[in-house]
Each structure stands twice: as structure tokens, then as C-alpha cells.
Design a protein around this ligand. Structure first.
Ligand code: GDP
Ligand code: GDP
Length: 450
């Protein structure tokens, strides 16, 4: 279960409006609970990547002034029993009322952390009420406008320390990621005709399952082969190999084939977690290879390079370095893609290659906690502050990891449209290096909170 955040406040301060804003499109999931919890609404909320369940203690509008405080107290105390954090909402335009003061007295005695929220704080009309809010003794109020969506980054900042530790062990998605890592590694081998794809797959499988050599026929579909890899330490791990053009090289028109191999790669990439681009050591890195490599990264897959036919490679070390340099030059997205010298014929290097593919999948699937990410963020900004184009500061506020496989991050701040590409690259490379994302493609989206 995600952590629970409860919204408390007297009628008309904007609790429902805030609830709706936090639940957003997921409003359909709102549940009206019967019985004792009649007056509570539950919804799945998300704020800048933080996920929690939000509970609105609404429904007191019809109470008469006599019975209202007692009923509210009863309700609030019941709701507080399961909550991790309480958002106590007051109306900054109306200022404090005796009922606000009474509620704050109950809350001060509660073990649940309370965040004081001054709503309707858009414009100047809220300034007086905001100042009054300090007198409640519940810490600094977070000024927001639930109606206009202002102050959401500040609310995020106030919630983060309470919710982030809970997300770590209560994040359902994390379990899915774990399960996916236990499942078969979906591995595609792509490369130009004659690079040695079929030979490689045969070698891995240890049997002549695929036809190789000049007489191989043509097939249309890619095939998936379930197989088990035995690591040197004896561990057995499942692999689903996706083979495409391995059997197709016998077409008459070679240009057509070159085109086909790109189309095949695209097909295989759709199914794969990790893609091995197989090069031919006797031919080096060709334009077509770079095209396939870029495509793999654009599709957000983890990429590895295997230089095949190493048994017949000449000037091996300069060949390896030459390919490394050409790759780093030619691929804008990622530097340092893992590279292996292999021989499909002798089996050299294949074990290391498969092991690296498992590791790469892990990095590709990794989720860092928002707090670890923001620790990195503070350091990265301190080491190299964002530029101030035209003398105006670009303000970078928070970063969250919105997705995995591949890792996707959302950066919040102001004037982000002015952020130079070079600075974005600095951040991405630093994430990779400092948070062990290795050579996986990383997405960084910029967003200015309203
Ligand atoms: P609740 O009774 O606490 O749930 O309050 P509601 O969410 O129903 O809001 C009460 C009234 O305040 C409605 O008319 C809202 O449109 C208005 N309201 C809510 N949030 C804001 C805000 O940020 N600014 C202003 N000006 N009005 C708001
Ligand atoms: P595919 O078109 O990518 O599937 O390539 P094949 O597996 O059919 O291999 C093309 C040719 O390269 C065949 O003649 C293979 O015997 C040869 N070949 C594949 N791997 C190696 C290798 O590691 N070393 C050498 N010397 N030849 C290889």
C-alpha cells in the first residue's frame, strides 16, 4: 500500500479542490467509503513523481455550528489513525478562524506529522492570512493555490522527507522490476549480414539449431529461442534470444539486404531489453552499424557492441580502439557503450558478453530514490551551476525518476526553455556516472511547475 496523506481543514478552505488537483486524471479511482468513513474520499495521488494515497475529510458543509467541531474531531482522529502525513489546510484569504485554531490544537497533540498549507494564496489577497498562519505553531505554512496549481513544488518539498522513505519499500513498481529481473533476459543479436549472428547463436546454444553459411535460406519472421545460460559460478539464468536476419543473407540484391537488416533490427529491438550489435572485425565499424546503434538507443534499449571474428582480426588492439573512438564520436546519446571482442567460431568472449548483458539490464531497470537523486542533484549543481543566459538565472529545483526501462527523469525548475543542451548533457552524464547507470540511454524531461 502507498503511504496515506490526509487533508484536514474546516469547510470551504479548498480541501476538495486540492484533492482533485493531486488526484488529477485518476479521479475515476475515487472511492466513496460507506459507514464510519462516510465522509472520507480516497484517491491515488501523484505530485511530481511522489505517489501516495490521498484522503479528503470532507462533507461537513451541512453540519450546524454546534455539532460541527465535535463531529470533525471524531472524523479527523479516525482518519489520523491510518495516515502517514496530514495536510492541514487553512484559507489564506479568509485568515484564521476559531475553528482553525481548535483543529490545530488537536493536531499538535497527534503523532502524525502535520504540514500547514495556506491555500488560496494566489495574488496579494492571501498575504495577511499567510502571516497569521505562523501563529498556529505548526511550522512554516506552505503557500499554495489549489485552484491555480501554484506552490505545488513547495508542497512536494514539504512532503518529500515524510514520503520518500516509505516509497522505497512500499513501491509496487519496484516489485515488478524485481520480477522482471528474475525473468528471462530478452536479448537481440543484430548486425549486418555476414557479421556472424547465426554462428553466434549456434555457439551460445551449443548446437546447430540455425542454419549458417552461404546456403542458408530466407525467412520472414524473427524467432525467439528460450535458452539457459550457465555462469562461471554455476548459476543458471534464463535467456530469450531474439534472432532476426540470421538466416536471410541469401537474397540476390545486396542493397535490398542492407535495408532489410535495419528493418529486422527494428523488429528485434521491439522485443528486446538488451541489444547486442555484432560487428565484423574484418570490416570494422561501418555507417550501417552506427545507424543500427543509434536506432537501438533512440528506442531506449540497452546497447552492447560485440566485435566478432576476433580469431582472424588483425592489429587487434588498434582495431578495438579505433572502433571505440568511432562509436563515441558517432553516437550522440551515450559514450562508453560496453564493447566486447568475441569469436562466434571459438566461443571466446561470449561468457563475459552475456554476463555484461545481465548487468546492463539491471542498470537499465534501476530506480533510484527521490532523496538519493536529489542528493546527487545538489552536488551536481554545486559542482557546476546552471548558466545564466542574458544575465537571468535558470532555477533548477527538483528532479525525480519517473520511469525505468529505460530510466526517465523529470527535472523541475523555471526558465527551463533557456537551459542549453550542453548543460542537459552534463546532467545526464553525471547521473550515469554517479548513480551507476552505466551506458544505458537516459531520458531527461524538463518541466516548469505552474
Ligand atoms: P472544501 O470544503 O474545503 O473541500 O473546499 P472546496 O475545495 O470545495 O473549495 C471551497 C471554495 O474555495 C470553492 O469555491 C473553490 O473554488 C474555492 N477555492 C479552492 N481553492 C482555491 C484557491 O486556490 N484560490 C481561490 N481563490 N479559491 C479557491
Ligand atoms: P549472419 O549473416 O550474421 O548470420 O552471419 P553467419 O553466422 O552466417 O556468418 C557469416 C560468415 O562468417 C560464415 O561464413 C561464418 O562461418 C563466418 N563467421 C562467423 N563467426 C565467425 C568467427 O567468429 N570467426 C570467423 N573466422 N568466422 C566467423
Amino acid at each position: 500500500m502507498p503511504p496515506e496523506v490526509i487533508i484536514i481543514g474546516r469547510p470551504n478552505v479548498g480541501k476538495s479542490t486540492l484533492f482533485n488537483r493531486l488526484v488529477g486524471k485518476r479521479l475515476a479511482l475515487v472511492d466513496d467509503q460507506p459507514g464510519v468513513t462516510r465522509d472520507r474520499r480516497f484517491g491515488d495521488a501523484e505530485l511530481l513523481g511522489l505517489k501516495f494515497q490521498i484522503v479528503d475529510t470532507a462533507g461537513w458543509e451541512d453540519e450546524d455550528a454546534e455539532t460541527l467541531p465535535g463531529r470533525m474531531r471524531q472524523q479527523t482522529e479516525a482518519a489520523l489513525r491510518t495516515a502517514h502525513v496530514a495536510l492541514f489546510v487553512m484559507d489564506a484569504r479568509a485568515g484564521l478562524t476559531p475553528l482553525d485554531e481548535e483543529i490545530s490544537r488537536w493536531l499538535r497533540g497527534s503523532p502524525v506529522p502535520v504540514i500547514l498549507v495556506a491555500n488560496k494564496a494566489e495574488g496579494r489577497a492571501g498575504e495577511g492570512g499567510l502571516l497569521e498562519a505562523y501563529s498556529l505553531g505548526l511550522g512554516d505554512p506552505v503557500a499554495i493555490s489549489a485552484e491555480h496549481g501554484e506552490g505545488m513544488a513547495d508542497l512536494f518539498e514539504a512532503l518529500l522527507p515524510h514520503l520518500d522513505p516509505l516509497q522505497e519499500d512500499e513501491n509496487d513498481e519496484e516489485f515488478d522490476e524485481e520480477a522482471l529481473l528474475q525473468g528471462p533476459l530478452k536479448l537481440a543479436i543484430v548486425g549486418r549480414p555476414n557479421a556472424g549472428k547465426s554462428t553466434l547463436i549456434n555457439k551460445l546454444l551449443g548446437q546447430d539449431r540455425l542454419l549458417t553459411g552461404p546456403e542458408a535460406g530466407i525467412t520472414r519472421d524473427s524467432i525467439a529461442i528460450d535458452w539457459e545460460w550457465t555462469a562461471r559460478n554455476g548459476e543458471v539464468r534464463p535467456v530469450r534470444l531474439i534472432d532476426t536476419a540470421g538466416m536471410r543473407k541469401k537474397a540476390q540484391v545486396i542493397e535490398k539486404l542492407e535495408k532489410l537488416s535495419v528493418a529486422d533490427a527494428r523488429h528485434a529491438i521491439d522485443f528486446a531489453e538488451v541489444v547486442v550489435l555484432l560487428l565484423d572485425a574484418t570490416r570494422g565499424l561501418e555507417h550501417q552499424d552506427l545507424k543500427i546503434a543509434s536506432m537501438v538507443l533512440e528506442e531506449g534499449r540497452a546497447l552492447m557492441i560485440a566485435i566478432n571474428k576476433w580469431d582472424v582480426a588483425e592489429e587487434a588492439s588498434s582495431l578495438f580502439q579505433g572502433i571505440r573512438a568511432a562509436l563515441d564520436d558517432g553516437l550522440a546519446q551515450v559514450r562508453g557503450v560496453p564493447m566486447f571482442a568475441v569469436s562466434a567460431r571459438t566461443g571466446k568472449g561470449l561468457d563475459d558478453m552475456i554476463k555484461a548483458a545481465f548487468d546492463l539490464r539491471e542498470a537499465w531497470s534501476r530506480r533510484v530514490t527521490t532523496s538519493a537523486l536529489n542528493r546527487w542533484f545538489d552536488d551536481a549543481l554545486a559542482a557546476n551551476p546552471p548558466p545564466a543566459p542574458g544575465g537571468k538565472r535558470i532555477k533548477l529545483r527538483y528532479i525525480t525518476q519517473a520511469k525505468t526501462r529505460p530510466p526517465g527523469f523529470v527535472l523541475f525548475g523555471t526558465r527551463l526553455d533557456m537551459l542549453p543542451e550542453s548543460y542537459k548533457r552534463y546532467l545526464i552524464n553525471s547521473i550515469r556516472r554517479e548513480l551507476s547507470f552505466e551506458a544505458v540511454p537516459i531520458r531527461l524531461t524538463l518541466r516548469s511547475p505552474k
